[in-house]
Design a protein around this ligand. Structure first.
Ligand code: BGC
Length: 770
């Protein structure tokens, strides 16, 4: 089919409501840092030498590890040449370094300690992809607020969170660290995390948030971590940048530049990203930190000639602080002396660093109270909150014949799979314990332990773990630590495990298989070419299913996996992601019906890796897939997701009805109100997530077949009905027009759907007029 070009003369009468976003948002925004902090920073700056200023732009490694840092930063700190330190979790060491800065350096400027507090500190919450599955931003906010309290108690004032990269490709390992594929959901989760860490205003209890990885990192070619991203401006503005902008508007104090090239210009030296969009369009007043070694890496990209050129390109692009590479430390002074970078410009780069330190209270209280650390970190309310939030994050993918919930009267349960009793996997990646080794202070609950606790001593709960699957190539940390990957099981070992699981299944009333990926199989440098369940897990699953007993598959993983076989043969599948410290208890709560699973998928679930990238909010550039002759985009496989974006079952059922709009037609700039009734039509209480999708039928650009523009998670008793309303105004209807390069709301017709996932069929429509 040939698409007719839209002729300029015959263009639709479009009313472009110019949302001069930048100016408006910058003007409406409160100042990021207080005026007191600004005044103090200005006056401190006047006393600083050039080297001391450049020192504030250097973030040094707190640990000595081959490949990371050769020595401790003590001397540099005393010389006033370190503004921030990262990768420390030891409060004594934090205080020791802070004493050097505050007592031994000329101007006594405290160090800002940064660390990746991604989903909790000692109490580990579900991984971010799981928290996004709650479709409840308050889950993120509460978890990150507790994480912030813990982090401050442990001496951490800056977290490299939230990761808000849109991920449309499950092969990309870092999909686990973000909120999935959707800009609207991603923006909600981004805002919630910034509020959780920083509060409404930056203060002595806040942890400075760092929004990363700016920007387009999730679009890596082939899902291969660090590979180039090619994302046109309209896709950046309409999709990839949306959660970043939301975080910025929520008051995030810092951003982290990404590793990869964006349209051939490395993100860490990308003036368009760091200055034109972030500072000029959005009015950002905080600081930008590079990702680790990313300034030095500008040379690897073939972008900078040498380290001096790398420093020049990064600082002039708008990057304030160099993480770990010391490229600024060794080169910025020369650039200033040569007149290539002005000292006034350096001053502008330094000020937000000092302002953040003042507002975070570091000048008044630079040290951690070591006597209080454990009391804070071991608060039982943290664990109780974690269990609750983990339960809210799980997604029930399949439940044939009401296999779930299980009866608490069960007497014999076989729990199988390599993740069933793995304390190191239930919390997922990016944990303090995972990074620094077990401290003996954290006690994660596995699914096996959770089920045993739930059933008590009367029940026989048998564990058959099976061989732990291993990566073919080691992950980042394992490489640094020199850990070797274990070889796959031999055919004899495999046969032995299969015999064991069959026997356990034969002897059980129910089998719970806990399978997926070990925590190091996703995250940074953890991309995959396939999405199968690694190792012999699927063989074990097929063996137990053949025993004829009810089987429940509990998935622990950081990305959708190829579960085509299970989706047809295993009656119940619960996606638990990595549910955190209390994860096993939370899984048991759901399996035995104490908690109704109300989570929904934040990603379209592919059948196989070959379907990726896969996302629901694509354009329609040819006949619909389900029309005769165009049955599918692939001839060898159904090209639709196995489970759609927004999908998730519950122990009850919900009916969505009575979709209505306050206006059949409205002027651009007005707001329409969507209402829909949601009724719990089942016999138990549960949570529904009402989702509203829109589609603009025609205009100056093709628009996605559907895009999420509203959602609410509500609890409903059996028979209870709630009417939910959602605004559709400029913010929901606008888009970045690739032709005029402006934000517009166009005169057009719009479809609206409301329901329980992105396939919702309840439909209404309205028009926007001039
Ligand atoms: C990661 C960042 C992280 C930083 C500091 C980098 O390798 O890409 O996400 O914040 O390390 O640990």
């Amino acid at each position: 089919m040939v698409t007719m070009p839209l002729k300029w003369g015959s263009r639709l009468a479009l009313l472009c409501v110019l949302l001069v976003m930048a100016a408006a948002s910058a003007a409406a925004q409160d100042a990021l840092f207080s005026s007191a902090a600004k005044q103090k920073a200005e006056s401190l700056l006047k006393q600083m030498t050039l080297d001391e200023k450049i020192g504030q732009l250097n973030q040094a490694s707190g640990i000595v590890l081959q490949g990371l840092a050769d020595e401790k930063p003590d001397n540099l700190i005393v010389q006033g040449r370190v503004g921030s330190v990262l990768w420390l979790n030891d409060v004594h060491e934090i205080n020791r370094l802070q004493h050097l800065a505050v007592e031994k350096s000329r101007l006594h400027i405290p160090i800002l300690f940064g660390f990746d507090v991604i989903h909790g500190y000692r109490t580990v919450f579900p991984v971010p992809l799981a928290m996004a599955s709650s479709w409840d931003p308050s889950v993120e906010e509460r978890a990150q607020h507790l994480a912030a309290e813990d982090a401050r108690a442990a001496g951490i004032e800056w977290t490299f969170t939230p990761m808000v990269d849109i991920a449309r490709d499950a092969r990309w390992g870092r999909i686990v660290e973000g909120a999935g594929e959707d800009p609207y959901l991603g923006a909600a989760m981004a805002r919630a995390q910034v509020l959780g860490f920083q509060g409404e205003h930056m203060g002595p209890e806040s942890v400075l948030a760092c929004v990363k990885h700016f920007a387009g990192y999730g679009a890596a070619d082939g899902g291969r971590d660090y590979d180039s991203s090619y994302v046109p401006e309209e896709l950046m503005r309409n999709v990839y940048l949306v959660p970043f902008h939301a975080a910025e508007q929520a008051g995030a104090g810092s951003f982290m530049s990404a590793y990869m090239d964006l349209n051939d210009v490395p993100a860490s030296g990308n003036h368009w990203l760091l200055t034109d969009v972030l500072r000029k369009d959005w009015g950002f007043q905080g600081l930008v930190l590079s990702d680790a070694f990313a300034v030095q890496n500008l040379q690897t990209h073939g972008y900078a000639k040498d380290p001096e050129d790398a420093a020049y390109k990064a600082i002039t692009a708008g990057l304030n602080m160099d993480m770990a590479s010391e490229t600024y430390t060794h080169n910025l002074a020369k650039l200033v002396k040569e007149g290539r970078v002005s000292e006034t410009y350096i001053d502008q780069m330094v000020l937000p660093v000092l302002e953040a330190k003042y507002d975070l209270g570091l000048f008044d209280h630079p040290y951690v109270d070591e006597s209080k650390v454990n009391t804070v970190l071991d608060r039982p309310e943290g664990l109780a909150l974690e269990r609750k939030l983990a339960g809210r994050s799980m997604v029930l993918l399949r439940n044939e014949d009401h296999t779930l919930p299980l009866s608490k009267g069960l007497k014999k349960v076989a729990v199988i799979g390599p993740l069933a009793d793995s304390t190191q996997d239930i919390e997922g990646g990016w944990t303090v314990e995972g990074l620094f080794g077990p401290s003996g202070k954290s006690h994660p609950v596995t699914v096996y332990a959770g089920i045993k606790k739930m059933l008590g001593s009367d029940a026989e709960v048998t564990l058959v773990s099976g061989p732990v699957p291993s990566r073919l190539y080691p992950g980042l940390l394992d490489q640094l630590k020199g850990v070797k990957m274990s070889p796959p099981p031999t055919p004899e070992e495999t046969a032995d495990w299969i015999t064991k699981v069959k026997a356990a299944a034969a002897n059980a009333d129910v089998v719970v298989a806990v399978m997926g990926e070990t925590a190091d199989m996703n995250g940074e440098a953890a991309s995959r070419a396939t999405l199968n369940m690694p190792g012999i897990q699927e063989q074990m699953l097929e063996a137990v299913a053949a025993a004829g007993k009810p089987v429940v598959l509990v998935l622990e993983n950081g990305r959708p996996l190829d579960i085509r076989w299970a989706s047809e043969h295993v009656p119940a599948i619960l996606e638990a992601w990595y549910p955190g410290t209390e994860g096993g208890d939370a899984v048991a709560d759901v399996l035995f019906g104490d908690v109704d699973p109300g989570g929904k998928l934040p990603v379209s679930w592919p059948r196989v890796a070959g379907e990726e990238p896969l996302y629901y909010n694509h354009n329609l550039t040819h006949e619909p897939e389900d029309q005769p002759g165009f049955t599918s985009r692939y001839w060898d496989m159904n090209s639709k997701p196995l489970y759609p974006f927004g999908y998730g079952l519950s122990y009850t059922t919900f009916q969505f009805a009575n979709l209505r709009l306050s206006k059949a037609s409205m002027a651009a700039g007005d707001t329409n109100e969507v209402s829909v009734d949601v009724t719990n039509t089942g016999s138990v209480a549960g949570d529904a997530v009402a989702q509203v999708y829109i589609h603009q039928r025609y205009g100056s650009a093709s628009r996605p077949v559907r895009q999420l523009e509203g959602f609410k998670r509500v609890s409903l008793q059996p028979g209870e009905k709630k009417t939910l309303t959602f605004p559709l105004g400029s913010h929901e209807l606008h888009f970045w027009d690739p032709q005029t390069k402006k934000w517009v709301v166009e005169a057009s017709e719009f479809d609206v759907w409301a329901g329980g996932d992105s396939k919702a069929s309840l439909h209404a429509g309205f028009a926007v007029t001039q």
